[in-house]
Design a protein around this ligand. Structure first.
Ligand SMILES: [Zn+2]
Length: 361
């Protein structure tokens, strides 16, 4: 794809309203892009399977993975004063939530603007000024004055999903995107771009790009995509938290404009070591920058897929600053390098190389 097309796609992807269990808007958008190069099917959990058009059906399969959901919230109940009590979907930290601008999808499918209500400082006690309330005590205000008004007029009640409302911007001079939900819309964008790079090309493997749902609440969709595809090899395209603004240089392992992060460990996953080294060597050969990382936190779909079928799996991580917050930075350069590496792996992969990842003697 041309750079302008990629930038437009990533902005559109970032702006889409999609949180765990409510991925339909993004599923539709992703499918619109991927259908030029792949045959699309969607299962009942809203996992998308984009099978490269040149697939033959009788060859080993490379699964690419990205996820369609992002952290968000769900309406638990409407309080007597009309404010909404909500529950987080995915891994939020409470200090990122107050004063957040959100949209709630009501019973009729309309998006209603709201804000996570905060008490004006004028009314706060000294103790309140220095503490953050528990999420269970926070509320979203849509401007209503009673429970009845919120339910009857705004048509918001238990189960309505709540999305972060931030519009993505791209700054040509810095080469940076600024917006929300880059985790994992940039991974999804990378899959579209890899399929586009391989359009009309013969590869040794069938290729299926799987867009999984409900990753942020426990990798749920990827368990299903892995079982359905039964991959022989898997490349996870995941947007990964950058640490370059709070770790010292010697310990920083994921930073803006340093290329994708190849994950050596997180709390759920250790990659196939030979596949990991092969990916690093191929990146070196193609002059694609990358970093390697050992993480003591986090997890991703690779765990669900790898541990189901034992297919050699790696994670190509696109660095994102301030993941799981409403405002993130990510570099176009890193997106592109991730696409280049995944494309190079698929083009270069042979049965012999795949077999070598499993050799122990
Ligand atoms: Zn993610």
């Amino acid at each position: 794809m041309k750079k302008e097309q990629e930038i437009e796609m990533l902005k559109e992807f970032s702006d889409a309203n999609s949180t765990s269990g409510f991925e339909e808007e993004f599923v539709k958008l992703f499918s619109t892009y991927a259908k030029n190069t792949a045959d699309i099917t969607v299962d009942g959990m809203l996992n998308v399977y984009a099978a490269k058009k040149e697939n033959k059906g009788d060859r080993p399969v490379i699964q690419m993975d990205a996820h369609s959901d992002a952290v968000g919230f769900i309406t638990q109940a409407v309080r007597p004063n009309g404010l909404i009590k909500f529950v987080p979907l995915g891994g939020w930290v409470k200090y990122n939530i107050p004063a957040l601008k959100v949209k709630i999808r009501n019973r009729e499918g309309e998006y209603i603007p709201g804000v996570v209500a905060t008490k004006p400082p004028h009314f706060m006690t000294a103790a309140e000024r220095n503490s953050i309330p528990e999420v269970a005590d926070m509320s979203i205000d849509v401007g209503s004055s009673s429970r009845e008004e919120t339910i009857k007029d705004y048509k918001i009640d238990t189960g309505c999903p709540i999305f972060v409302d931030v519009k993505c911007e791209y700054h040509e001079k810095s080469g940076l995107f600024f917006g929300k939900d880059f985790d994992d819309r940039f991974g999804a964008g990378a899959m579209v771009d890899v399929l586009d790079n391989l359009k009309g090309e013969e590869t040794d493997f069938d290729v299926v790009a799987a867009l999984s749902s409900q990753e942020e609440v426990g990798l749920r969709g990827a368990y299903v995509t892995g079982r359905k595809i039964k991959p022989d090899l898997c490349i996870v395209l995941e947007s990964c938290p950058a640490d370059d603004t709070f770790e010292p240089d010697w310990l920083s392992q994921t930073g803006l404009k340093r290329g994708p992060m190849l994950r050596d460990m997180d709390t759920t996953f250790l990659p196939n070591p030979k596949f990991q080294q092969y990916a690093c060597d191929l990146a070196d050969k193609n002059r694609i920058p990358y970093t390697r990382s050992v993480r003591t936190g986090g997890g991703q779909d690779g765990a669900a897929i790898y541990y189901e079928y034992g297919a050699p799996t790696i994670v190509i991580g696109i660095p994102v600053r301030y993941e799981h917050s409403p405002y993130c930075f990510s570099a176009y350069k890193d997106f592109k390098a991730s696409v280049d590496l995944a494309t190079a792996i698929i083009r270069d992969m042979t049965q012999e190389k795949l077999d070598s990842f499993k050799e122990v003697i």
